[in-house]
Design a protein around this ligand. Structure first.
Ligand SMILES: [Zn+2]
Length: 386
């Protein structure tokens, strides 16, 4: 999901839809063929740098129609989507493997390939799907391109919409976010909340996947056993780990931004770019890759939720946030497990609380250019949400 520009945001509105039972099989079969065709098209577009419609058309149009049996218009949508995917992959400096679509799907170009009428969507090829429920808040905004997915036996239609960015309020204070491997701590001089990260839970599934691979890579096992079922199971564990992290990140960022909005605070987070870069240099273990995933997703989702909800966002320099005294800026010394103390002014707190207060302080300086007096921290220990 990309952040919008020039006062507009692109949102995807998701809705469940359901085809007429008699066309169910045909639609699923088309979407499966589309998925295969799309994966082929992505490869061809990237290999040949065919990023213009003309070039992609020449290379792909007849193949997509003949080999994958796509109707003409659907074949056009298919290479159009492949170009969009290839562009965003090529533009990502940290790109991994060539992206692949896994879910049966179909891309629908705005105005040509689908239209919404009353409580139905009509899509190219004469399919008519009933809309089961949707978010009506955005009904007044025009529809953009859409994607129909077939996931866990359900059809989900995602329609992109360009909506006006909500205006940002003038914040009454700061809600600082400190992120570490185990916890996400949010607060300021008055409040503090803690959330567990999902890294440890996700790691469990990564390990299951690895054990499975080790066990079945021995030549003692029959080839048939090594094949499909095991591969599927391993993939399931990896996907599960990713979903756990994503789920947790989405929930926590939603909570952070809602809380900020409720109290009219600005959200302040550290710039994690350098941290992520230094993690990338470490040996590739599951724990490290989950941390990178989790940090990058957190930045993305916090920023995105702020944009969407009109919550001001301040990104601060993370240097020494958990080793400097938030009261007098001296260097803190260790004073027991995760506790720090200032030998100059006597301030003492947990490491994460120190980080939160320093992030708040830096955000205040960044926002107002000068430091307004901080309230002495009153520890309010609130039970985390899980
Ligand atoms: Zn101090």
């Amino acid at each position: 999901m990309a952040l919008g520009c020039e006062g507009l945001l692109t949102l995807t509105i998701k809705m469940r839809v359901s085809p007429e039972p008699s066309l169910f099989k045909e639609l699923v079969s088309l979407m499966k063929r589309y998925r295969e065709a799309l994966n082929h098209a992505i490869k061809v577009v990237i290999e040949n740098k065919a990023l213009s419609l003309g070039k992609a058309h020449k290379l792909l149009y007849s193949v997509l129609k003949e080999r994958y049996g796509l109707p003409s218009k659907v074949a056009q949508d298919c290479y159009r989507e492949a170009i969009a995917i290839a562009k965003s992959w090529l533009g990502n400096p940290n790109r991994g493997r060539v992206p692949r679509a896994r879910t049966p799907r179909i891309w629908l170009t705005h105005r040509y390939s689908y239209r919404v009428r009353d409580s139905y969507v009509e899509i190219l090829g004469g399919f008519r799907l009933r809309i089961i429920g949707w978010d009506m808040r955005y009904d007044n905004y025009p529809n953009g391109d859409a994607i129909l997915l077939f996931k866990d036996g359900k059809f989900i239609l995602g329609i992109s919409k360009r909506v006006l960015k909500p205006a940002k309020y003038i914040p009454r204070g700061i809600l600082a976010v400190d992120i570490n491997e185990r916890q996400i701590v949010i607060g300021n001089g008055k409040i503090e909340y803690r959330f567990e990260t999902a890294v440890r839970r996700a790691l469990h599934y990564k390990q299951l996947a690895e054990n499975l691979q080790k066990r079945y890579s021995s030549p003692k096992y029959n080839a048939w056993l090594r094949r499909r079922g095991i591969v599927e199971r391993r993939r399931y564990f990896h996907r599960k780990a990713r979903n756990i992290v994503e789920d947790c990140v989405k929930k926590v960022s939603h909570t952070i931004v809602s809380l900020a909005k409720q109290y009219q605070y600005a959200v302040a987070r550290e710039d994690l770019t350098n941290l992520v870069e230094s993690l990338r240099k470490l040996p590739k273990e599951h724990r490290v890759s989950l941390l990178i995933l989790s940090y990058r997703m957190l930045e993305h989702w916090i920023d995105w939720q702020c944009e969407k909800n009109g919550v001001p966002l301040i990104v601060v320099d993370p240097k020494n946030t958990s080793s400097t005294c938030p009261m007098c800026s001296s260097k803190l010394i260790e004073n027991g497990y995760r506790r720090l103390r200032c030998s100059r002014c006597g301030f003492e707190a947990n490491r994460d609380t120190v980080a939160v207060l320093n992030i708040e302080k830096r955000a205040l300086i960044k926002m107002w250019g000068a430091l307004t007096p901080l309230n002495a921290p009153q520890m309010t220990d609130v039970a985390p949400n899980r």
